[in-house]
Design a protein around this ligand. Structure first.
Ligand code: FAD
Length: 343
């Protein structure tokens, strides 16, 4: 059978697949992006806090630290040159007692070692001056943390990819991958259509371990099984939703799964609480109303003006994590894995 020939195929039109496409597409290189949904960015890339992180928490010398610190600079540059809406709000990690205050010292040291610029510890009085409505005994200020319009970022990446000749095909769910001498035969469910691609790039987010399995990788053996970790958000009623100007975080807990329920802002200055971290077995984006009380309790220590009735269930997202419940930090991997039998 004669198959259509493609140079590069990217599975998934989330922010990662689109960013990869914007880099690799070029004239003379036939590039396809296959997306199972009707539009780009309908999954994790539109269900998150839109925070441009600084790189404070990650272990020293990890790829997560290195790429986050560099990515912070690159993302602001891109947003500025391409007029993608964003704001360098700054972020405060707020300690509520002396024990937490000690953790701030560890965090600032780690952040400085990671190369994060401008970090400074604020006294109670200095915190009051910056954020009069926030309660705490001290805080770590990260001036390079901010927020970005993730949809505008993805729109830019779509337009750059298409401008360089990439073709995005929606409602195109990859269901088959077969290794052949010229590359991979890729089968799409909806059209009962197959083609051959020289290079195949898996950016399928929550499904990326399944895509690897379809391609013949034993993900359990090589340690790349994903675990779903849900994060829910509650919005804050209008009357109180604009009383802070920076992102407000608690001191992180030691279990390493999340940053603790925190307070983020959108580009309109509206406040949102979350996300929490709960391992789940299935993809279900509902927000559990019974989380209102734990959210309130987590946040009232920092924002004493909040009442439970101010919180309304908003959205949820799901993180695909290599880290299993109760296990430690897992770094990114950038590596040729012939030693794992992965060609
Ligand atoms: C609650 C939460 C908060 C977060 N907050 C932040 C934050 O503040 N800052 C930050 O930088 N990051 C944050 N993140 C992480 C960030 O959202 C993700 O790293 C990013 O969106 C991942 O993008 P992606 O392209 O890998 O995945 P996705 O956006 O999930 O894209 C994968 C795409 O692949 C498609 N796909 C899957 N299977 C197939 C198939 N078989 N065929 C075709 N297409 C397929 C899916 O439909 C999807 O569109 C957060 C994540 C969560 C869950």
């Amino acid at each position: 059978m004669a198959y259509e020939k493609v140079d590069v195929t990217i599975i998934g039109a989330g922010v990662i697949g689109l960013a990869v496409a914007a880099e690799v597409a070029e004239e003379g290189r036939k590039t396809y992006i296959l997306e199972k949904n009707i539009r780009f960015g309908m999954e994790t890339s539109s269900r998150n806090s839109e925070v441009i992180h600084a790189g404070i928490y990650y272990p020293r010398n990890s790829l997560k630290a290195e790429t986050c610190v560099l990515g912070n600079i690159l993302l602001y540059n891109l947003a500025e040159t391409q007029a993608i809406a964003h704001k360098k709000t700054g972020k405060l990690i707020v300690a509520t007692d002396a024990t937490e205050e000690k953790v701030l010292e560890e965090l600032i040291e780690r952040g400085i070692q990671n190369g994060v610029g401008g970090l400074v510890i604020l006294s109670r009085e200095e915190l009051k001056q910056l954020e009069p409505k926030v309660r705490g005994v001290a805080a770590l200020l990260s001036p390079s943390t901010g927020i970005i319009d993730s949809h505008a970022l993805m729109r830019y990446l779509v337009s750059k990819s298409q401008g360089r000749g990439a073709v995005i095909s929606y409602i195109s769910k990859v269901i088959g991958i077969e290794k052949v001498s010229e590359g991979y035969i890729v089968a799409i469910e909806e059209e009962n259509f197959s083609f051959v691609t020289r290079v195949l790039i898996n950016c399928a987010g929550l499904n990326s371990d399944r895509i690897a399995e379809i391609a013949g990788v034993n993900v359990d053996k090589v340690g790349y099984r994903l675990h779903y970790c849900k994060g829910e958000y509650f919005s804050v009623s209008d009357s109180k939703g604009r009383l802070i100007r920076r992102l407000i975080y608690p001191v992180p807990q030691s279990d390493d799964t999340g940053l603790g329920v925190h307070v983020t802002l959108n580009l309109q200055g509206e406040m949102r609480l979350g996300p929490n971290t709960r391992y789940v077995d299935e993809i279900d984006y509902g927000v559990d109303e019974s989380q209102r009380q734990p959210f309130y309790e987590a946040v009232v220590k920092l924002l004493p003006f909040i009442q439970p009735d101010d919180l309304q269930p908003e959205i949820a997202g799901i993180r695909p994590k290599l880290q299993e419940p109760g296990t430690g930090f897992r770094d990114f991997v950038i590596h040729h894995e012939a030693d794992k039998g992965l060609e």
